[in-house]
Write a protein that binds this ligand. Structure first.
Ligand SMILES: C[S@@+](CC[C@H](N)C(=O)[O-])C[C@H]1O[C@@H](n2cnc3c(N)ncnc32)[C@H](O)[C@@H]1O
Ligand code: SF4
Ligand code: SF4
Length: 324
């Protein structure tokens, strides 16, 4: 049936540290009602009753068919019209079931209580995913996507096992965000086959700024790992190195130019540009001329260097506001 809905209501699931949700986008869009997309509270890795989950999804689909939406979903940017099938299956995953990391970014949501976030134990997910494959709950389509957020994925105990399971089952479009500090052979395998895309946010063009932002001494190691991933990828845009513009911290042209030098030197062909979320939230909808100029400068510089550039929605909003 043709109606306005989203992939996550139809086929998605987000594993959180203590619950199951339809998606993480209510949270990322800053909606106070995001709890409405909860499928199961108090979830810590138990085997799942899929009939119950699909019943929850069917209620949501029925609402969407009538043009009604939860407050958490109203005007969500992920809603779109198409001819949705009525089958029950999962092909969109977000893994956010752990918070431990090998880095200490000063902008991270874990920054105020790093010790606690690093001490939470992840629940085992491998048996759940295996059970989903066994029960035929997972179905592959061209639209499938598997996203690793977190925490740092490469230090998850089950990371290689999970990635290899998805790769062995022929899954594609596995998107991983990583600090890049620990090199992963399973990421390398997925970059070679073209099933994995990887984003590493370095945010700096020298070790001094890197250490100020990341609170760890790993600048050289990260760029070495980036170079290895760049060499392994079978397509130029599978690996993206990101720069999060953080006013007052790394928003100067010297830093930006040095970052582009590292990108080119290490054989990276695609980059991402973002704006620090808290800064963005406290400044929107009006931004400084400086940040607009820096974003424009980076956009042009990427073009000059023949680099693919992905611009995150916050940076796009800055460009839009200044063009308006
Ligand atoms: C929370 S991290 C977890 C994955 C991984 N540890 C990493 O940093 O890539 C997920 C993504 O959010 C981005 N991110 C985290 N905090 C941010 C902030 N305050 N502003 C903008 N992006 C942020 C990171 O760069 C990363 O790409
Ligand atoms: S409409 Fe948006 S917030 Fe609601 S389930 Fe879909 S992606 Fe998530
Ligand atoms: S690498 Fe990712 S999870 Fe770790 S501190 Fe930085 S943003 Fe947070």
């Amino acid at each position: 049936m043709y109606y306005k809905s989203c992939q996550w209501v139809n086929r998605g699931i987000e594993f959180r540290t203590d619950s199951l949700r339809l998606c993480c986008y209510g949270y990322l869009q800053g909606r106070e009602t995001e709890y409405q997309t909860t499928i199961k509270e108090n979830y810590h890795g138990e085997l799942l009753d899929w009939n119950e989950i699909f019943r929850f999804k069917e209620q949501q689909k029925d609402m969407h068919k009538k043009g009604r939406y939860l407050d958490a979903c109203k005007d969500c940017i992920y809603l779109f019209e198409k001819d949705w099938d009525d089958d029950n299956y999962i092909n969109h995953f977000t893994f956010n079931h752990w918070t431990k990391c090998n880095c200490g970014c000063i902008y991270c949501y874990t920054k105020d209580n790093k010790k606690a976030f690093n001490s939470y134990k992840e629940y085992p997910l491998y048996p759940i995913i295996k059970d989903m494959f066994k029960k035929g709950v997972i179905k592959h389509t061209e639209e499938s996507c598997i996203i690793f957020g977190g925490g740092e994925p490469t230090i998850l105990h089950e990371f290689d096992k999970l990635i290899n399971l998805f790769l062995d089952k022929g899954c594609k479009n596995i998107r991983i965000n990583s600090s890049g500090i620990k090199y992963s052979k399973s990421i390398e395998k997925g970059l070679k086959s073209g099933a994995i895309s990887l984003v590493i946010s370095t945010d700096a063009g020298c070790s001094e700024t890197y250490e100020k932002i990341k609170q760890v001494k790993a600048y050289k190691k990260v760029w070495e790992n980036i170079r290895k991933y760049a060499k392994a990828q079978s397509k130029d845009n599978l690996l993206k190195v990101k720069f999060i513009l953080f006013p007052g911290v790394n928003d100067n042209y010297e830093e930006i130019n040095k970052w582009f030098d590292e990108v080119v030197k290490n054989d990276v062909k695609a980059v991402s540009l973002s704006v620090e979320q808290d800064w963005y939230n406290t400044h929107q909808p009006e931004f400084t001329p400086e940040i607009y100029e820096q974003i424009s400068y980076m956009e042009n510089k990427a073009k000059e260097l023949n680099l693919d550039m992905e611009i995150y929605c916050e940076a796009l909003a800055v460009l839009r506001e200044h063009k308006a």
